[in-house]
Design a protein around this ligand. Structure first.
Ligand code: ZN
Length: 407
């Protein structure tokens, strides 16, 4: 009897370990919040959800006392975690907690600085070293850092600007054109070199020590939107002691997150940045719904857009709308359509939409273009039919001229 009981215990233990290894929970994350000039009550649970969604983290949220409260009561054991995510800007921590945090990072702990966390603690020298650049810093803390603007990305250079003044500003919120500067960095590898980020504040004129720092990506601060006309750093890494810090200025939170947090570009760089900060590696795949240079991609429920979503939304497409569902389908076809059989499956799905009388002309034009390179003789009847429609004739004729017979 006793033996059986021990066996059950051992099995239960093994299952827990397997769960940890195979189904996530590899890394422990702590989201620190409780004070912020932003809507931390909305953003912190979203950050926790995004971390756990990767199946690589278990995450908890810890709140500091409210503004003016006794900060001595805030002293988490940072050493229990692989990554500490700061969604915090408020009262200074106690000296004891600050020392514990510095030790945690020096000893190899990971940190993610999220949006307004780079407004926090301007007087804390070690924190400035960790974040590289921030708001409210002056010439005594370090230079302004940005890339100038040129027609060709190769002509754009990193500018170190020692002009005296305060760090931190932003223009009106707008969709941001993001450019990768370090394509080979584990966080950026495999992402498009240019993509469009959902409507957000673009933090500009940040300054700080910028030691041991790399700029992974910049975004253009359009003067038409009250911006600086420069390419401002938006994704940054620093090394501090043995620790790794990932700093994203993206993600200004509205009541329910809003487009800045719903943007797949924000979500994916945050998730990858957290894994890199925790481990120095990134094992996450780039999802199909990642944005491209012409179209923002938002996850309204923070979940990856599925093939079913694509097939339901594509028929309603018109030129004034985002192409994200179509881009998502294209990405799937390019990644999964390696075998003729798989391509045929995608072709059949597209034929269904082409045959659908309710589907819009714009949707059909886009699908005809896609079918033109990967379609077979299976598409001939529907393409022939669509060629009778004046609005679709040109696209249909083009597709017809390129369709390959089925072997
Ligand atoms: Zn903000």
């Amino acid at each position: 009897m006793k033996k059986q009981y021990l066996l059950i215990l051992a099995l239960a233990g093994l299952i827990t370990i397997l769960n940890g290894c195979l189904f996530g929970g590899h890394y422990k994350a702590l989201v620190v919040t409780g004070q912020n000039n932003h809507n931390w009550k909305a953003s912190s649970p979203i950050l926790k959800q995004l971390l756990e969604q990767t199946e690589k983290f278990t995450a908890e949220i810890i709140k500091t006392p409210e503004k003016g409260g006794d900060m001595n009561t805030f002293s988490p054991d940072f050493s229990k975690y692989d990554v500490v995510v700061l969604d915090y800007s408020g009262d200074s921590w106690s000296e004891k907690t600050k020392s514990a945090f510095v030790k945690y990072v020096k000893d190899g702990g990971g940190v993610v600085i999220f949006h307004a966390a780079d407004n926090a603690f301007p007087e804390w020298k070690e924190y400035n070293e960790m974040i590289g650049l921030g708001w409210g810093r002056t010439e005594k803390d370090g230079p302004y850092l940005y890339y100038n603007r040129a027609n060709n990305k190769r002509d754009e250079q990193k500018i170190i600007d020692i002009t005296p003044g305060k760090g931190g500003s932003h223009g009106k919120r707008h969709e941001l054109e993001v450019k990768t500067r370090l394509e080979e960095h584990p966080i950026m590898k495999g992402l498009p070199v240019r993509w469009l980020h959902g409507r957000d504040e673009l933090y500009s004129t940040l300054r700080g020590p910028a030691n041991n720092m790399e700029i992974l990506a910049t975004a253009f601060a359009d003067t038409a939107q009250g911006g600086t006309g420069r390419n401002e750093p938006i994704l940054i890494t620093t090394n501090y002691g043995k620790g790794r810090v990932f700093h994203t200025v993206l993600g200004h939170a509205d009541q329910d997150g809003g487009p800045a947090m719903e943007c797949v570009g924000f979500i994916v760089t945050f998730q990858r940045g957290a894994e890199w900060a925790a481990s120095g590696k990134v094992t996450q795949k780039v999802p199909y719904d990642f944005p491209n240079a012409v179209s923002v991609s938002l996850r309204t429920n923070f979940k990856e857009i599925t093939l079913e979503d694509d097939l339901t939304k594509i028929p309603t497409y018109d030129l004034t709308k985002s192409t994200k569902y179509f881009v998502n389908l294209q990405n799937r076809i390019r990644a999964e359509g390696k075998s003729p059989n798989k391509l045929l499956e995608f072709e059949k799905m597209m034929i269904k939409i082409l045959e659908n009388r309710e589907a819009t002309v714009d949707a059909k034009k886009m699908l005809l273009h896609e079918i033109s390179w990967m379609g077979s003789s299976l598409s001939i009847p529907v393409v022939r039919e669509l060629a009778k429609n004046q609005e679709l004739k040109e696209s249909a004729d083009y597709a017809m001229s390129r369709l390959q017979p089925l072997n």
